[in-house]
Design a protein around this ligand. Structure first.
Ligand SMILES: [Zn+2]
Length: 132
């Protein structure tokens, strides 16, 4: 999950695309009774003259588990696209890198955490367990 910025600059490849699967070392699932599967990351990058790198990234994954309301099996596919900027110098909201290579993992993790719903439902408007 690295973009070798210095190498690409030397090869004058200032823009390109990437595509990979991702298996996080830690559990990034925030939804109870569910798990994250099939995480896929794709996107493109552009290296600017000053060394900043703009990354447009789409993270897709499947949430699979039990409906948060009725406990029936449930799954949902989620796709999330974000634009992030990697910078070498200044502080701010951007991701920092050392000018040599970019590690996409922090941005991918953030995208997975931001895009997760608070509940997983078997269907839209699930009424929950039917108590009679
Ligand atoms: Zn349900």
């Amino acid at each position: 999950m690295k973009i070798e910025v210095r190498k690409l600059n030397a090869q004058k490849k200032y823009a390109g695309e990437f595509n990979f699967g991702y298996t996080p070392a830690e559990n990034l699932c925030l939804v109870p009774l569910a798990e994250l599967t099939d995480i896929k990351v794709s996107g493109s990058y552009e290296i600017f003259d000053d060394g900043d790198v703009e990354v447009t990234m789409t993270v897709g994954y499947k949430l699979k588990g039990q409906c948060s309301y009725c406990l029936e099996p449930a799954e949902k596919e989620i796709t999330y696209t974000s634009d992030v900027l990697y910078v070498t110098g200044r502080d701010g909201d951007d991701y920092r890198y050392d000018g040599i290579s970019i590690d996409l993992e922090p941005a991918v993790k953030d995208a997975i955490l931001i895009s997760q719903p608070s509940v997983l439902l078997c269907k839209e408007g699930c009424a929950g367990i039917d108590v009679k």
